[in-house]
Ligand binder design. Structure first.
Ligand SMILES: C[C@H](O)[C@H](O)[C@@H](O)C(=O)CO
Ligand code: MN
Length: 427
């Protein structure tokens, strides 16, 4: 029997097993096909970006590892992304940070405009990839003292407000060009290493700065404004201005999209439990699916219990049309293209697992107070033939099955990545 025949046979048997518990596999696959994961550009170059400056990564962000082959310019990053997308089933989005514009010479953050992203827009159109965006409030001399939009100096604040306004315009142009909204996510690192004497004033300034940035009403067909909280960062251990409570209140009161990053809470606190709560009060949610190991370390996403719980919550709550699934990890200790492929395939696998649950049966047992059945079925579900359905989904999507994709990455590593021995910027 050929490998394809094996996959098809296993799939046919799996379909029968799932049908026996009331799950329609074809419908699950159909739903999975509709989901576009927003793949983050910054895994490809260790969050360095392409500005004509050599300011080091900062504001609490840290990438460890020195695996060869980091992308040094937009063409290299696009080439790496193209390989990654070709190994991931389905059609997915690209999440760009403002520091990934194509700048000829020094262009400061308050001066960027859509022309610096035209290359990305053209590429996205030709690759049928939709774009998301992020203003960059880090790796800049005006962010060096730990404050940007909540800075006590009005000049510094204004600089960052102008950056936010510029980014909204760019994101709206992307949304207009692609015919679907571009999610523009604001993460602001501002905070204190040690106990502040005043927690109130920076928060008041952050809210006022954001209000100024969001003052222009832009059609939500083009642009969705999102805001991302954080508990602490390196150098902001005692106080982060944009805490969870701050942004939850801000998003609710301003009708904005809330971003929940899986690494931005206490280590035992999980975002899966927050989804159904916050979606009672905010219109839409952006997820930064990440994996913190002891802290917000941004490890590559694995098929973990929490990843499965996140996807289960999205499916069980029927939130697929209100949740934007983005990724946020950066690992420079392994092949960076492989990191994208592993993390994105895992997010999709977990989503497929959730779509293959007998949700109604589980929820009925719960409604009837039959927690024995609920637990028994949830545990038996873990042994169902998910892998056979996943393999078929890969086959149907014309991407490698199992670990076969690794050969493509290895080939690319020897043909392309290993030639990038000069790691300084090549523009
Ligand atoms: C680069 C990203 O915007 C950044 O990771 C942010 O989303 C974050 O999570 C910071 O900890
Ligand atoms: Mn994040």
């Amino acid at each position: 029997m050929t490998k394809v025949e094996q996959i098809e046979k296993a799939f046919a048997l799996a379909k029968e097993r799932y049908a026996s518990i009331g799950v329609d596999v074809d419908r699950a696959i159909q739903s999975l096909r509709q989901v576009a994961i927003s793949v983050h550009c910054w895994q490809g170059d260790d969050v360095a970006g392409f500005e004509a400056t050599d300011v080091a990564l900062g504001s609490g962000l840290a990438v460890t590892g020195n695996y060869p082959g980091r992308a040094r310019n937009a063409d290299e990053l696009r080439s790496d992304l193209q390989l990654a997308y070709s190994l991931i089933p389905g059609r997915h989005r690209l999440n760009l940070h403002a520091l990934y514009g194509e700048f000829s010479g020094q262009v400061d953050r308050d001066e960027i405009d859509v022309t610096h992203f035209q290359g990305w827009i053209d590429w996205a159109r030709s690759e049928e990839v939709k774009l998301d965006f992020n203003p960059s409030y880090f790796s800049h001399e005006k962010a060096d003292d730990g404050f940007t939009l909540s800075h006590s100096d009005s000049g510094v604040r204004q600089f960052w407000i102008d950056h936010g306004i510029a980014c909204r315009k760019i994101a709206a142009a992307m949304g207009g060009a692609q015919g679907t909204p571009c999610v523009n996510n604001f993460w602001v690192p501002d905070g204190y290493k040690d106990s502040p004497a005043c927690r109130k004033a920076p928060r008041e300034r952050l809210a006022a700065s954001l209000d100024e940035i969001f003052d222009e009403v832009i059609d939500t067909d083009k642009l969705l404004d999102a805001v991302e909280c954080k508990l602490f960062g390196i150098g902001s251990e005692s106080y982060v201005v944009g805490s969870h409570e701050f942004y939850l209140g801000y998003a609710i009161s301003r009708n904005k999209t809330l971003c929940l990053d899986a690494g931005h809470f206490h280590p035992t606190e999980v975002i899966s439990d927050k989804i159904s709560s916050v979606l009672m009060y905010v219109p839409e949610l952006l997820l930064h699916v990440s994996r913190g190991v002891r802290w917000d370390s941004d490890h590559v996403v694995t098929f973990s219990d929490e990843l499965q719980a996140i996807m289960q919550e999205i499916v069980r709550g029927q939130y697929l049309d209100r949740v934007h699934i983005g990724l946020d990890f950066f690992d420079a200790s392994i092949n960076r293209v492989a990191a994208w492929v592993i993390g994105t395939r895992n997010a999709l696998k977990a989503l497929l697992a959730a779509l293959l649950e007998p949700t109604e049966t589980l929820q009925r047992a719960e409604r009837e107070g039959d927690y024995t059945t609920r637990l028994a079925l949830m545990e038996e579900q873990k042994m169902m033939p998910l892998g056979a359905v996943w393999d078929q989904f890969c086959l149907m999507s014309d991407v490698p099955v199992g670990a076969d994709w690794l050969q493509n990455v290895r080939q690319y590593e020897s043909d392309v990545l290993s030639q990038r021995n000069d790691q300084s910027a090549v523009v």
